[in-house]
Design a protein around this ligand. Structure first.
Ligand code: MN
Length: 225
């Protein structure tokens, strides 16, 4: 008993020393890692979420250590006001804070659900792009055109209109005053295990597993806010 208590005490110390202190946490995936098969394979989901996204969270928390005011700030606000952050940690916040925000949105846009947008989003897509098919074509072309690593986005711009845009690295539309509705990760780590260099095949696949029910709901929340 004593020994167990003693080991327990050591274990607590070890855990504290390892875990990056900080307010941000890896969110759970909204679906099982194999839920998107055969479009997105389980191994990619596992590594992408458990290793890549976890690293963004850990490095964001490291950058925020010793910055109590910034550590308390909601991530969206932090990213929208990067210019106010201390210069020494600005790049880390941009890369890892962006990475955490982008992936959190990404997971919550995926799943097997309605293949088309609903309600207010369906109407807005028709008004801005003509049809859902035309929007998907823009996302596909945008994603294929990103040089190197980055994202293709459906955003609400400052005027509240829908637009498709791309960003390099882990930059988020939040950094330029826009609100992301959907983001598609086009980093190689998002597809290389299954699709190797064939990013267009990955883009065609990911468009099959965008969860338009949750995306439509997010749009309504963003439009209200
Ligand atoms: Mn990624």
């Amino acid at each position: 008993m004593e020994r167990r208590l003693f080991l327990g005490g050591l274990a607590t110390v070890a855990v504290r020393a390892q875990a990056a202190p900080g307010p941000h946490q890896l969110p759970k995936l909204p679906c099982a890692v194999d839920a998107l098969e055969p479009f997105i394979d389980a191994k990619t989901m596992e590594i992408h979420h458990g290793k890549h996204h976890q690293a963004y969270v850990d490095n964001l928390n490291k950058a925020l250590a010793g910055q109590p005011a910034l550590a308390k700030m909601p991530l969206d606000t932090l990213l929208a006001q990067l210019d106010k952050a201390p210069e020494g940690i600005r790049t880390a916040l941009r890369n890892h804070g962006g990475g955490h925000a982008n992936h959190s949105l990404f997971w919550n846009s995926l799943g097997k659900g309605s293949p088309v947008a609903k309600g207010a989003l369906a109407k807005a897509i028709e008004a801005s792009f003509g049809s859902q098919k035309a929007l998907e074509e823009k996302l596909r072309a945008g994603g294929a055109g990103v040089f190197g690593s980055g994202w293709v986005w459906l955003v609400l711009d400052r005027a509240g209109k829908l637009a498709v845009e791309t960003s390099p690295n882990q930059d988020s539309p939040l950094m330029t005053g826009k609100r992301p509705v959907v983001g598609i990760d086009v980093w190689e780590h998002a597809y290389y295990l299954k699709y190797q260099n064939r990013r267009p095949d990955y883009l065609a696949a990911i468009l099959q597993v965008l969860h338009w029910d949750s995306i439509s709901q997010r749009y309504e929340e963003l439009s209200r806010g």
